[in-house]
Design a binder for this molecule. Structure first.
Ligand SMILES: [Mg+2]
Length: 88
């Protein structure tokens, strides 16, 4: 399963920290959906969570004017998972 998430227009009040707060809120919503045996809503909330994580990375990238090249960390991330045997 490959998922390409939308790149959002960063809103003026969004910060790296505010995205982390939102990640926790979305995580709590997934937990609530799972507890309610509502898998469909859990999936929707999981998309909210990973979108918020994606937006966190986007904010970090833009805060360094792209000099940090956050996308290159995806290669490193995939290599780590492969080393652990999670990509066989
Ligand atoms: Mg949500």
């Amino acid at each position: 399963m490959d998922i390409k998430l939308p790149t959002l227009t960063i809103q003026p009040d969004w910060t790296a920290e505010s995205q982390l707060v939102k990640c926790q809120e979305e995580l709590d919503e997934i937990k609530e959906a799972i507890a309610a045996h509502d898998d469909v809503n859990a999936i929707r909330e999981a998309f909210d969570l990973i979108q918020t994580g994606h937006t966190f990375l986007q904010i970090m990238d833009e805060s360094y004017d792209g000099h940090l090249n956050v996308a290159k960390f995806l290669t490193e991330h995939a290599a780590k998972l492969k080393r652990k045997g999670y990509m066989e």
